[in-house]
Ligand binder design. Structure first.
Ligand SMILES: [Fe+2]
Length: 375
């Protein structure tokens, strides 16, 4: 960052481009006590009330990396180049967390960690890095006690309670209100696409598994969507622009929500997958559009079920898998309940819990580094 002229602060990007910083963008970042509440860091004024034509009237650099700016409305602000550069480096749609690393069925080393109720910051951060990059993590050695899944979930975020309860039991029962609670095989799907918002993260804790079947399956839906985008761009376009209705009906519940199977954010990046062949109802579009949609859905579904994208593992008692329900699809192979018991307990937590925890730990690490440096 440098002073580009008497009224201009200039940002120089790594690729050689340089651009002047908009005076209003700077003005609304003033961090003094008149501009923000210093305790909460929240702004005290509505920035829409600032003069749209606010100008920089004076500039100085009292020390390296620090800029003093006078504005035409009489206000003065100080800006650290490091803060501005950090913000400038973030993509508009960035979560400011480790970026997803897409994977397919060749993922040989699954992210496994020994569960500890009181991990240190570094250990917790490495768990979060695995989860945020790969979209899942498998904890081993979680005590096989009922309710433990809620305790593990609480380590990463807030429980998202649903009509299935704060915690749900996944075992085959004769009066199941969901196919999950039977012994049939479940193809790759995302959970609860009929809710708004969809539960972001699912945790499944195995208490008992005496069956030979009942393998858990995971597919990186973002990897499959990217493969579709590369190979079948028209199918990708259709699936990312056609809203589909999802429904769940129980005696005292009726949920419905619409979303395209591949949801993009406003920048065109992948945001979420909504896919559950048991629960989707495509609206009555014109026949030609429906024909194209069905072809596109089949292209996507065949890839989702193909072994080159899927990983398969057996959860044993004490294992707990936590996965991103907006990115990954999950399923299980069928099992014979006559062989023995298979009992999992599950819960949901919000998608932003692990991201928040990661940023807090990173801030703490940076602060500790600063203390060490100044000691
Ligand atoms: Fe499920």
């Amino acid at each position: 960052m440098r002073i580009g002229g008497p009224n201009e602060l200039v940002l120089e990007r790594a690729d050689g481009r340089s651009e002047p910083l908009h005076p209003l963008w700077l003005r609304e970042r003033c961090r003094d006590a008149a501009s923000i509440d210093l305790r909460t860091q929240q702004r005290l004024q509505d920035p829409s009330d600032f003069d749209l034509d606010v100008r920089v009237t004076a500039l100085s650099q009292p020390s390296p990396g620090l800029f003093q700016v006078s504005f035409s409305d009489g206000h003065q602000g100080s800006f650290h180049a490091a803060d501005i550069l950090e913000e400038a480096a973030l993509a508009p749609n960035s979560h400011d967390c480790p970026a997803p690393r897409l994977w397919d069925g060749r993922l040989s080393e699954l992210p496994r960690a020994r569960w500890r109720a009181d991990p240190g910051d570094e250990e917790l951060m490495s768990w979060l890095e695995s989860f945020l990059t790969l979209g899942f993590i498998i904890f081993e050695g979680v005590p096989s006690e009922a309710g433990m899944v809620l305790k593990v979930g609480a380590r990463f975020g807030f429980t998202r309670e649903t009509n299935f309860g704060a915690l749900f039991n996944v075992r085959s029962t004769p009066d199941a209100n969901d196919l999950a609670y039977t012994s049939v095989a479940l193809d790759a799907h995302t959970d609860n696409p009929y809710r708004t918002p969809v539960p972001g993260i699912q945790l499944l804790h195995c208490l008992v598994n005496e069956t030979r079947g009942g393998h858990s399956t995971l597919v990186d839906g973002f990897a499959v969507a990217q493969a579709l985008r590369a190979r079948e761009p028209e199918a990708f376009r259709i699936l990312s622009s056609t809203p589909v209705r999802f429904k769940y009906i129980d005696v005292d519940t009726e949920l419905t929500a619409s979303a395209p199977p591949i949801e993009l954010d406003v920048t065109g990046e992948l945001k979420a997958i909504h896919f559950s062949p048991r629960l989707d109802f495509v609206p009555l579009y014109p026949a030609a559009q429906l024909g194209a949609y069905y072809r596109a859905r089949r292209e996507f579904d065949h890839r989702l079920r193909a072994s080159d994208f899927e990983i398969r593992f057996l959860l044993k008692a004490g294992d707990l898998v936590m996965f991103d329900n907006c990115r990954l699809l999950h399923g299980r192979t069928g099992f014979d309940p006559a062989e023995g018991l298979r009992h999992l307990q599950g819960c949901y937590i919000d998608i932003d819990g692990p991201r928040s925890l990661y940023r807090v730990l990173r801030r703490r690490r940076v602060a500790a580094g600063a203390v060490r440096r100044s000691a």
